[in-house]
Each structure stands twice: as structure tokens, then as C-alpha cells.
Design a protein around this ligand. Structure first.
Ligand code: NAD
Ligand code: MG
Length: 401
């Protein structure tokens, strides 16, 4: 029986994880859950699953949760440090890292350092810390299992010896030519370019195939999500530039592919439903019921493919460049994007402003301090804060115009 700590229990991935656990009551015990501040949702989760510990980052929310759970077995803790503590605590062997954004770095890194089986949904943590993350896993013996549907698909298409060496694998020695990361192109794939700027957050969050949290939905519309995934793939599969490509595939039936030297291309397919990769990671190397129906190919009819257009998706281009520029660039890009997406959701900037804010932060950090060694989480967080400040400043200038 695996003992699971679920970071980000109230989110989209958290909810899908709980749905898979409901299918498998005898296999997993939920020992710890964390969330930002949604008390009602956390109360329902705690009443159903009775974890040993529940953490709310927000202190008032923690007090409120403790009040409504009075008399129950769940201990309620508060604060960001408590989230990192439960991620590393000995009452779990497996940690689902499903916090959104940079807030997930410290707890996810704590789970990696503690040598857990880490089911990685929080791609931003890996984008921010790259080599540090991979090295920490190697030295603690942590097993990283990719939850992100593309990386999970790639993982499923890799030979076992590569699966066992994530972060340090040699794709070429394993007969692999390249990895093909697929992406739907989001809700604005066919919109006239001139109409992009005026798109509302509601339109950006209405993804044609996937139902996800707000931040990743906006990232999917800009294709920054694919850019972050490109960086995530670079680290997980130890790719060089020639070994990694992005292909548009609007139906989201193929979740990504691995192209071998002999001409074989292996693809993983399935419904666009995160319960499939979550169930795969939870039970790997076994297969369990996830509650997801199999594909019906006759109703799908056809699969299409196209190249991603850089005029439509400048964020994807920025991320692909940043990936090979160095850690400073990917940490900066991730931070600036998070601030820009929040500003866009708050109505402060236009949809096309997200790419401009990211570009400005990259340019300013590059001119300033690209020589700083990013060899600790503290150094990463300091650069992250600098990039956020530049992005906020840039947004103020845009608003003033
Ligand atoms: P979400 O917004 O639905 O949920 C985020 C969770 O993080 C919530 O439980 C929230 O309480 C928690 N959280 C937010 N801010 C926090 C903070 N400051 N400190 C601690 N916890 C905080 O997000 P999501 O869509 O579930 O995405 C979670 C992660 O999984 C992201 O990194 C995303 O890129 C990745 N992911 C999501 C999907 C998907 O289908 N939703 C697919 C692939 C990867
Ligand atoms: Mg994905």
C-alpha cells in the first residue's frame, strides 16, 4: 500500500488524483494533503479521505479548517514551510507534486531531496531549477515519474533502461532519433492574428480539449505551456537541441511520440483526461483502472499535424531559445510569465502583452547579471524574485500608456 502526500489537493490535478484514488481504495492511503486557501474543498477532502495531516498555506484558512474539522483525526498545519515539511515527512513514500507555478519549487524539491517517489505535475519546479533538480534526485535516489501528459506519453514509449535513468539517460545509445512533443495549439489556433490581442481570459481558458487550472489554460493559449514542457523534456530525457521537436496536433489524441533510428515512431494515445497519466504514475510499473474510457477511433476519424507558427506563438519561441541559453533564462522566463499571466487574468494587460513582458524580463536580466551561478535553491529564488519585479515594473509601464 503506497502512502501518498498530495501537494495541491484542491486543484485540477489534485481533483483528478483523488478521482483515481477513489477507484483504488485498497492500493493507496492518502496521508497528507496541502492547498492554498480553499477551506470548503479541503474540508470535503479531509472528511472523505481522513489524511493524517492537512496544510493550508494561508493562516486564516488553516484556522478555519481546524475549526470545521474539530474532533477529527486530521492535524491541521499552516504556512509554506509546513507544505515543504509534509512533502519530506516520513508518513509518505510517494508525493504528487501538483501545486501550480513557482510556489511548488521548494516543496517539490524537498520531496526530491528526501528521496521520495515524486509524481511530477508541477513542471515549473523543474523549469526553474533544471540541473539542480536532476542532481538532487540522483543523489537522494528519488524516482521521478512524469505526470504531464506529454512527458508521461514519452516515458511510456521509452525502453525500460531509459525509464530507469531519467535525467541521465543517453537517448542516442538507446536507438532514439528524437522526441516529438505534441500540442493542440490551444483555443486561438485558427484566429486571425490581428484578433489575438483582444482575447479575454474567459476565451483563453476555454481550451478545446482539456479542462485545467487557469494558469496552465492561459499558458496553453500562448503555447508557453508547450515551451515550459520543451524545457521540462530537455531535463527529464537529457535531450540536446536536435533531439527535441514540437508538432501541432489539434485533436490531442496522440500525447507525444518517440522516433527511433530504424524509422519506428512510438506514440501513446488516449483521451485528453489527466486521470490516465496520473493512474500510470501512481501504479507504475503496473496498470490500474483510472475511470477513463478507451479511445473510439471510429468517432475520432482523423488525426492532423502541423508546424507551430512563431508569429502566433512567440512565447513558445522564447521558451525554446531560453532552454538552450541557460538556467538564468528559463528561471527568468518562468517567473516573468507567471506575473504576466496573473496580470492578464486580472485584466491589466492584453493577451499579446504576456510575450512582451517575458521578452522584456529576459532582455533586462541578460544585460544585468547573467554571470551569477545558480547553484542553490536560494540563488534560483533570488533570480526568480528579480525577474518578477522586472515583470511587475513592465506591467505598470504598459498600464500607464
Ligand atoms: P490549479 O490552479 O487547478 O491548482 C493548483 C493547486 O496549487 C491548488 O490546490 C492550490 O491550492 C495550490 N496552490 C496555489 N498557490 C499555492 C501556493 N502559493 N502555495 C501552495 N499551494 C498553492 O492548477 P492545476 O491545473 O492543477 O496545475 C497544477 C500543476 O500541474 C501545474 O504546474 C500545471 O502546469 C501542471 N499540470 C496540470 C495539468 C492539468 O490538466 N491541469 C496538466 C499537466 C500539468
Ligand atoms: Mg502537458
Amino acid at each position: 500500500m503506497h502512502k501518498l502526500c498530495l501537494l495541491g489537493a484542491t486543484g485540477s490535478i489534485g481533483t483528478s488524483t483523488l478521482a483515481v484514488l477513489r477507484e483504488q481504495p485498497d492500493r493507496f492511503q492518502l496521508t497528507a494533503v496541502t492547498a492554498h486557501r480553499n477551506v470548503e474543498q479541503m474540508r470535503t477532502i479531509c472528511e472523505e479521505f481522513q489524511p493524517e495531516v492537512a496544510v493550508m498555506v494561508d493562516e486564516q484558512a488553516a484556522r478555519d479548517l481546524a475549526e470545521v474539522l474539530k474532533g477529527r483525526a486530521t492535524q491541521v498545519l499552516s504556512g509554506a514551510q509546513a507544505v515543504a515539511d509534509v512533502a519530506a515527512a516520513s508518513n509518505s513514500d510517494t508525493v504528487m507534486a501538483a501545486i501550480v507555478g513557482g510556489a511548488g519549487l521548494v516543496p517539490t524539491f524537498a520531496a526530491v531531496t528526501a528521496g521520495k517517489r515524486v509524481l511530477l505535475a508541477n513542471k515549473e519546479a523543474l523549469v526553474m531549477s533544471g540541473q539542480l533538480f536532476i542532481d538532487a534526485a540522483a543523489s537522494s535516489g528519488a524516482q521521478i515519474l512524469p505526470v504531464d501528459s506529454e512527458h508521461n506519453a514519452i516515458f511510456q514509449c521509452l525502453p525500460a533502461e531509459v525509464q530507469q535513468q531519467l535525467g541521465h539517460c543517453d537517448l542516442s545509445a538507446a536507438g532514439i532519433h528524437k522526441i516529438l512533443l505534441t500540442g493542440s495549439g490551444g483555443p486561438f489556433r485558427e484566429l486571425p492574428l490581428a484578433e489575438l490581442a483582444a482575447q479575454t481570459p474567459a476565451a483563453a481558458c476555454a481550451h478545446p480539449n482539456w479542462d485545467m487550472g487557469q494558469k496552465i489554460s492561459v499558458d496553453s493559449a500562448t503555447m508557453m505551456n508547450k515551451g515550459l514542457e520543451y524545457i521540462e523534456a530537455r531535463w527529464l530525457f537529457n535531450c540536446n537541441e536536435a533531439q527535441l521537436d514540437v508538432v501541432l496536433h489539434p485533436q490531442s489524441v496522440i500525447h507525444s511520440m518517440v522516433s527511433y533510428k530504424d524509422g519506428s515512431v512510438l506514440a501513446q494515445m488516449g483521451q485528453p483526461d489527466m486521470r490516465t497519466p496520473i493512474a500510470h504514475c501512481l501504479s507504475f510499473p503496473e496498470r490500474i483502472e483510472s475511470g477513463v474510457a478507451p479511445l473510439d477511433f471510429l468517432s475520432i476519424g482523423q488525426l492532423n499535424f502541423a508546424a507551430a507558427d512563431s508569429a502566433r506563438y512567440p512565447c513558445l519561441e522564447l521558451a525554446m531559445q531560453a532552454c538552450w541559453q541557460g538556467q538564468w533564462a528559463t528561471t527568468t522566463l518562468n517567473a516573468a510569465n507567471e506575473v504576466a499571466v496573473a496580470a492578464y487574468l486580472a485584466g491589466q494587460i492584453k493577451f499579446t502583452g504576456i510575450a512582451s513582458v517575458c521578452r522584456a524580463a529576459l532582455e533586462q536580466i541578460q544585460q544585468g547579471n547573467n554571470a551569477v551561478a545558480l547553484n542553490s535553491i536560494a540563488a534560483i529564488l533570488s533570480l526568480d524574485e528579480q525577474a518578477r519585479a522586472i515583470a511587475r515594473e513592465r506591467i505598470k509601464q504598459v498600464e500607464a500608456c
